[in-house]
Design a protein around this ligand. Sequence first.
Ligand code: HEM
Length: 167
Amino acid sequence: MRGYGRYLLGWHVLQSRVESLLEQNAVEQLLPDWPRRRRAHLVAQDIAASGGRAPHLGVRAAPPLDAAGVLGTAYVVEGATLGASVLLPRFLERGVATEANSTFLAACAVASVETWPSFLETLRRFESEVSPDAVVEAAERTFAWAREAFLRPVRPQARLASRPSSP
Ligand code: HEM
């Protein structure tokens, strides 16, 4: 699989893994507007709108997180919203994506303006309470998950089933 389909599959794996980990670790206590930040369902929706099927990912072992772990993990997916205002217009202009199958990127573009600034405020508020090294460590682990998600998203038998004409 290539192009936008592969991009969506990578995000499906990463965003679902991160959201599920954060939700198991009381993310709403640190980010009370967490429901607005959930986007994994939009990736699955975009895969379906592209003619594919989001693979079932199963449960993966995950470390319990303290406040530093929650903040460092969330940092990666929240910060990643910043690229959407660059990518979305390019994808639409080039016909790589359509409005119908880019709800995740559209939500990221909104989040980069509406919820990224308040994430940074939260990070600053906790500056004296959490170990910066622990925040960085959680972010680095999440970046490693991102690398894995985009390079080797799922087991071969669970790969996205898509129509031959889809990207
Ligand atoms: C999984 C993690 C991430 C991925 C896959 C990702 C991917 C991308 C991509 C593809 C772009 C567009 C580059 C281009 O062609 O110009 C971009 C832009 C950008 N990203 Fe990320 N990113 C991630 C995490 C982050 C984080 C954590 C931050 C900051 C905290 C960040 C900040 C930015 C900024 C500032 C831009 C440029 C936006 C602009 O030019 O207005 N990204 N990102």
